[in-house]
Design a protein around this ligand. Sequence first.
Ligand SMILES: N[C@@H](CCC(=O)N[C@@H](CS)C(=O)NCC(=O)O)C(=O)O
Length: 205
Amino acid sequence: MSESIKIYGSPISQNVRKPLAVAAHLGIAIESIPVGPHDPALKAVNPCGRIPAMDDDGFTLGESNAIMVYLASKKPSDIYPEDAVARAEIHSWLSWDVAHWTPAYQPIQFERLIKPMLGRGETDEAVVETATKAFHREAAHLDTALDGKTWLVGEGPTLADLAVGAGLTHADAAKFPWGDYANIRAWYERLGVLDCWKKTTPQLG
Ligand SMILES: N[C@@H](CCC(=O)N[C@@H](CS)C(=O)NCC(=O)O)C(=O)O
């Protein structure tokens, strides 16, 4: 009998939340191994030492969005429709998430939340200022895409919403400048009532 799928990484991380939310939505049994980056146990699974990483009965995989797609591919569902156009649109959002959205918000999160949490020194306001410009560019794109829409792709939540939405997990704690993006805020509230979102909301100590 195969064991449950192991997901390495502290569930506080927004990147770790992504596969955990997919598994919760699909009812896939997960063993969460809440290690931090570069933990020796993690390096055997993901040599670059980043979280999350997955071990499914010896098949190991890094990169949060790839793990989401793998989990969703194991169990057909509405969050990863078979339709080629829907999948193309989902993949476009997953690429945007990694290429543009995460690099825009992550420096703000690191400077304002992670640094104080880990005692890594003062917030560098110059870094926050540069990242804030990038954040507004990408948030404006997301807000426009959500205009008149309930979800990013199709009529229901998909991997696109879970991946992009995960980036806002610590938006208030890290003081992201997202107050004026009405479409994003309404969409994020809709995400907030999904069971998989409630089950994976991290508790900051
Ligand atoms: N593109 C990767 C990013 C993963 C990532 O950067 N994880 C952070 C924690 S949220 C990490 O492990 N950082 C340690 C490092 O980059 O060395 C993914 O989506 O999985």
